[in-house]
Design a protein around this ligand. Sequence first.
Ligand code: AMP
Ligand code: MG
Length: 589
Amino acid sequence: MRMFGVTGWKNAGKTGLMERLVSEITARGFSVSTVKHAHHAFDVDHEGRDSYRHRAAGAHEVMLASGARIAQMTELRGDAEPPLEVLLVRLKPVDLVLIEGYKREAHPKIEAFREVAGHDLIAPKDATIKAVASDIALDLDRPVFDLDDTAAIADFVLQSVGLIEDTPQRTTALKPPPLKNDCFALPPGVNWTPVDEALEALRDRLKPVVGQEVVPLMQAAGRVLAADVVAKRSNPPLPNTAVDGYGFAGGVPDGEAVFPLIEGRAAAGVPFQGIVSAGHAIRVLTGAALPEGVDTVVLEEDCAISDTQIAFNGPVKQGANTRKAGEDVTAGDVALPQGRVLTPADLALAAAIGFGELPVYLPLRVGVLSTGDELVEPGQEAKPGQIYDANRPMLLAAIARFGYEAVDLGRVADSREALKAQLNEAAAQVDVILTSGGASAGDEDHVSALLRESGALAEWRIALKPGRPLALGIWDGVPVFGLPGNPVAAFVCTLIFARPSLSVLAGSGWRVPDHYDLPAAFSKRKKPGRREYLRARMRNGHAEVFKSEGSGRVSGLSWAEGLVELGDEGRDIKEGDLVRYYPYGSFGL
Ligand code: AMP
Ligand code: MG
């Protein structure tokens, strides 16, 4: 009989989960029966009823039957409580028996867990618990489901008992709790925040906001690992030969060596079953497991070969041309850490150490919204006074290059109501919102005004050029990056502030871009007090900068291939002085 249990402490939501699973699984066309353990002497009929009177008079079993249902009661009268297996034989055959309680029995179970119930998890101490259904995110060595995600739990139960095939994509964990409204607050009294302080605050306060799923290895490139990958198997799994040649035992000293050949050979995937006796050699092909009695291999090119023997010149060191089991990775090693963005090479490694699927974070959905009455859709007709929305295509493409799911939230006019409606809709749809425009403190700066109204705005006056105040806030639990409207400032703020923040929200941790120090192909006098980013590119090993620093100059962004960063301090830069250059590629573009 296929069975699956639901366990958990009191008030953890066991019965609710049982109820939802019975309903979900029967709705999928499977027949389900249940067994429920009760700790007390429950009664199903009441004193004075006919069936009660039968029982009280001493009947061993009472069957109560009508056209609607049948109840069978057995009086234990002090006999030992029967184990589960004795109860199960009483049930008619069904597709699945769901069992509530009976946590000491050996059947597979899922543990219902609610943090508020005030108990510790049972799962870490009990291997029969195959998964946990929880109302908070948990870091466990087995799947964790959202307690309310009945469909995913039903998938897991049905797969575990073999009623359905493994589905290729399973959501196995819940979204972590949303960020708190005060998460972007800066200490009061701070005026111009240095860039490094702003970055540090973001790094310390943000955390992953995405759930997790398990995906086939073949589809995992570019995804973010949600748990350490611990080698299930060593690589190589067995000692084997690194070359085509002849294997034997022990090293060979200087001088000529002759070995009689034994019949047979060892090839990759087709091992030699016998034992190679001392003083004999056997034909081995690259990748073949070393036969018993072989620990050293001589290259075939180094041998004179006849049908019955080989001859070669020593010395050959013991162990030559072989690979030891586990010399690359040993089973149990952490081969890939949580937070890693999986590369093609990582997939090779994960496959080699026994994985066919990997736990990953769900892709971060990043919404991009432009604000401003003056904006028109690219390619449409523009009236005098209107300008094209340049930020949205730029930001959407940058998000996609960063590896996230870019969600186009369109444009909104400078209307508080329209913006509010759009933010409400967006918050239900994405994990984080980037807006551009309307982020300072003017009459038409509705992004900052709305975030302020909702009580979750931090206007960050960052000591940075280009970039006016960055408005950071939380709308319905969703972080909002209110970027400046100027395309140059919006771009720089996206690379410097949004990109590392998005990386944390996506589960892949804070990122610091790589840079080079290059001799300047320009001269510039810079005042102290704020950091500057110049549109730049590398030519002949030197950093060139764009001819104008105007923050509306979109052409300079496109001309550039990176940014030159000038530190907070004042500087008098002469041609040939070293400046810090960040190619766009180091921001993931
Ligand atoms: P704001 O911060 O809304 O005052 O915008 C600052 C400047 O950026 C204004 O000149 C805007 O017209 C311009 N701007 C705002 N949004 C965009 C956009 N999506 N594309 C191009 N320019 C924009
Ligand atoms: Mg505007």
